[in-house]
Design a binder for this molecule. Structure first.
Ligand SMILES: N[C@@H](CCC(=O)N[C@@H](CS)C(=O)NCC(=O)O)C(=O)O
Length: 194
């Protein structure tokens, strides 16, 4: 499998972490998204949306969208709960990540760390949504279990840790979110990252 990614992108790292956790051989191909590397005709032939991560599976078929990719890679593995309700809870977190968390936490970090904007200058609504996403995670971890969907690491943790662990790069320190901070450490240890 080839993984086309930007090594500073949480969406891309999710894919590498999942492949490594599952022992799936992969080749990383660095794409410079800031200079149009995901908009070349060759890249658009694999993913017309022009975004990383994009993978080319061992049989040559391309696949995009980080959470779709990790779901495909982890099919039948311990990263996806067997129980139907727990599996749906995992998806609940993953859909929320893409709709509410990533567009705030990752976008704020992108503006500060990639574009050189200041935290203070960020749109107040974006800041509000980012703090709210961290709070939502803090509340979600109040169940007292080590991971988002129970006692073992799942794709919900993979998807959500990717940008949460980088929130400080957008100026969002996690000192007021002790459960989130402890959870990040557990997920990093379970995945062998960090
Ligand atoms: N929902 C997508 C988001 C992908 C995405 O936004 N990728 C960014 C990097 S994190 C990208 O490729 N940006 C370059 C561009 O859009 O031209 C996913 O989870 O894979």
């Amino acid at each position: 499998m080839r993984i086309y990614g930007d090594s500073r992108s949480g969406n891309c790292l999710k894919v590498q972490w999942t492949a490594d956790f599952l022992g799936l051989p992969s080749e990383w191909i660095e794409v410079d998204i800031m200079s149009g590397g995901s908009r070349t005709p060759e890249f658009l032939a694999m993913n017309p949306a022009g975004q990383v991560p994009t993978v080319v599976l061992t049989d040559g078929r391309p696949l995009a969208q980080s959470n779709a990719i990790i779901l495909h890679l982890a099919e039948g593995s311990a990263l996806i709960p067997e129980d139907a309700y727990d599996r749906a809870k995992m998806l609940e977190w993953m859909f929320w990540e893409q709709y509410s968390h990533e567009p705030a936490v990752a976008v704020a970090r992108f503006r500060v760390a990639y574009l050189g904007e200041t935290h203070e200058g960020l749109d107040p609504k974006l800041k509000e949504r980012t703090w709210a996403a961290l709070q939502r995670l803090e509340d979600g971890l109040a169940h007292g279990r080590p991971f988002l969907v129970g006692d073992t690491v799942s794709l919900a943790d993979v998807a959500l840790v990717a940008y949460t662990r980088l929130s400080h790069e957008g100026g969002f320190e996690r000192t007021g979110y002790p459960r989130v901070q402890a959870w990040i450490g557990r997920v990093e240890q379970a995945l062998g990252i960090g």
